[in-house]
Structure formats: structure tokens, C-alpha cells
Design a binder for this molecule. Sequence first.
Ligand code: FE2
Length: 198
Amino acid sequence: MAKSTSTAKKVTPTTTVKKVTEKTIEQAKNLRKAPLLFPTDLGEKASKDISAAMNSVLADVFALYLKTKNFHWHVSGPHFRDYHLMFDDHGTEIFAMTDPIAERVRKLGGTTLRSIGHISKLQSIKDNDADFVEPSDMLAELCQDNITLTSRLRAAHDICGQYNDTATASLIEEWINQAEQRAWFLFETSRKSDSSGH
Ligand SMILES: [Fe+2]
């Protein structure tokens, strides 16, 4: 095999890392604070009010999603299969709300949630970190939380109505129906069977 006669110069990687100076830090901070403006005919006040309402709803949706999955993972007892599967169905439906809510806020020119910490500051639906929760208490708690979510959605719908934001309002209408259906299933599942076993 012929010996390589290459005389190519050895390339030494040049450093392209920008030197961090006081000025670049200041520029980065200013960029972080820069508003993510997006044009909307609804106006700035509508954007702020609807975004605030929808971000609060989004925090509750994430809180309810995680609680529903928490109960899906930890439920036990003779109704395990039914409850486990129902909680999973509900979790899937609740999670499907998250992206459309966040993107609706962005389309309105607002900014949305950025972290678990941000969620915890805005959520009104409480977490349940108990080591053990009776299955009947899981049903009752999730039923109440879905009713709470319904009322938060109705309040957000009112704000959308004030600004004629029909797109957000129509999404909310479907989510209210879904939340009411989940509450209905949870309530009926929690009823005690009668003496005939039905
Ligand atoms: Fe699962």
C-alpha cells in the first residue's frame, strides 16, 4: 500500500465561543424580557385578560391531569380494572387540552406556562400526595375537581365573550362538555350498589 504523502496542515480548531462580558449578559436579559408580540385584532387588553384566564385554566388542567394519572397508577381493590381504565381515559382527554390552550394564548399574543413551578403558582385544583387514597375517595375528589374545572372554564368563557373571542370560546364549550361528562361518570361510578347487587 502506497504511503500517504499528504502534507495537509494539521487543523487546529479555532475557538468560536464568544467571550461573556457584562454587555452580553445585559443583552441576554433584555432579550428575555422582550415581549413576544403577535398581531391580533382583539387588542392588547383582550390579549392580557384572556391569556391570564387561560393560563390559570391550563395550570388546573395540568394539576388535574397529574392527579388523574396518580390515581390511575395507585388505585387498588375489587374495582381496580374499571377505575384504572376510566382514569386513563380521563387522563388522555385532559392532557389533550393542554397544547390547544397554550397555543391559543400564543395566538392571542400572550405568553404561556414555562415550568412545573409556574403551574404550582397558578393552580387552584389541589394536589393529593397522600400515600394511600380509598378508591371511593378518588372518585369523589376527581368528580369535584372536574366540576371546579368546569366553573373555571365558564369564567374564562365569559371573558372571551366580553372581547368577542369566538375561537377560544368554542374550544372552551367542548371542554366544558367533556369535563361534565367526566364528572357524570365519576359520580355514577361512586354510587353504592343496592341490596340486589345492582
Ligand atoms: Fe397506564
